[in-house]
Design a protein around this ligand. Structure first.
Ligand code: SIN
Length: 315
């Protein structure tokens, strides 16, 4: 019996949709423009996730608004996007790449989400990821930290969306909050959870110049990259244990290497999204991480993503 399989199956299925590999971009990372989306199509990415779209085109927050530093990144992009009309026109052309298309939907108010969902239905994306967690719009709190507002909105979206819907959640830091959110998402019947968005409203300084490093919101912004991995893994694990039997988890946060992907899978992720590493390394990151993940799965005797999902041992 061969404990070290040569052929490793990196494919996955989310809400009945087949993904040729379990790695894709996180909404926000290199997925705003037509060119970005086609590059994702041509790359080894297992899916194309759009930038979170709003009814109107947005240029986003003033620059500088993204800075990477050793171990991570801070951003306050402010949802720059082409507006849902443009994405609705772009999505059909992306079909040529024969990989799932995930439309990420955002809004500054509930009616924005509903308007976008209704319009984007026509473009027939495979899945819709509802972004409840952008921390970067001045004066607009992250919806995912308000359970009732989240439920209200998701019930309305559920009644309008044609493809299966999932939610992009902010990080939670207490089991009570994981449980409350998991119960609500079960009641609504979402198909998947993407966890986590950036850790909102962090602050990064340049001590030499005694200044903040990004301009919007007095320097406060979402933290991503390697330093948030423990928070991301904890959220994937918590939701997997609570709802993993009926809601699939897409792990996002802190992925730089194949080992990081493997850890997300062990915690219960069915797929993994790349943010900061994709910004830093461009789409070439997919091929490297695919290779490194294969090495990890082979070394640990797993022949597929499905086989190692959730296999984390507790002491
Ligand atoms: C942004 O555009 O500000 C980031 C998007 C997000 O965090 O959801």
């Amino acid at each position: 019996m061969d404990n070290f399989p040569n052929s490793i199956d990196l494919s996955t299925t989310i809400a009945g949709v087949y993904f040729p590999t379990c790695l894709m971009n996180a909404s926000g990372a290199r997925c705003v423009t037509q060119q970005d989306l086609h590059r994702l199509g041509e790359s080894h990415a297992g899916a194309i996730v759009t930038k979170s779209m709003t009814p109107q085109e947005r240029s986003g927050n003033p620059e500088p608004r993204y800075v990477s530093f050793p171990g991570g990144s801070i951003n306050s992009m402010g949802l720059p996007n082409l507006g849902y009309h443009a994405y609705t026109e772009l999505i059909p052309d992306l079909r040529v790449y024969n990989k799932p298309i995930v439309a990420s939907i955002a809004g500054l108010k509930p009616s924005d989400f509903l308007e976008a969902v209704t319009a984007v239905n026509d473009a027939k994306p495979d899945l819709m990821e509802i972004n409840l967690s952008c921390p970067n719009i001045p004066g607009k709190p992250q919806i995912g930290y308000d359970l009732h507002a989240s439920e209200d909105l998701l019930l309305k979206i559920r009644d309008r969306a044609i493809p299966p819907i999932g939610v992009k959640l902010p990080p939670y830091f207490d089991p009570v909050h994981h449980e409350a959110m998991a119960d609500m998402l079960t009641r609504v019947g979402v198909a998947f959870i993407s966890a986590i968005n950036s850790v909102g409203n962090g602050l990064v300084l340049d001590a030499e110049t005694e200044t903040v490093v990004i301009k919007p919101k007095g320097g406060f912004g979402g933290i991503g990259g390697r330093i948030i991995k423990p928070v991301a893994l904890a959220n994937v694990r918590a939701f997997y244990k609570l709802v993993g039997e009926h809601i699939q988890i897409i792990g996002t946060g802190g992925v730089e290497t194949g080992q990081d992907v493997f850890e997300h899978l062990l915690c219960g992720a069915s797929a993994v999204q790349l943010g900061t590493v994709l910004v830093n390394e461009h789409v070439e990151a997919f091929e490297r991480l695919e290779r490194e993940l294969m090495d990890w799965l082979r070394k640990k005797g797993y022949s597929s993503v499905a086989e190692c999902r959730g296999k984390l041992k507790e002491l």
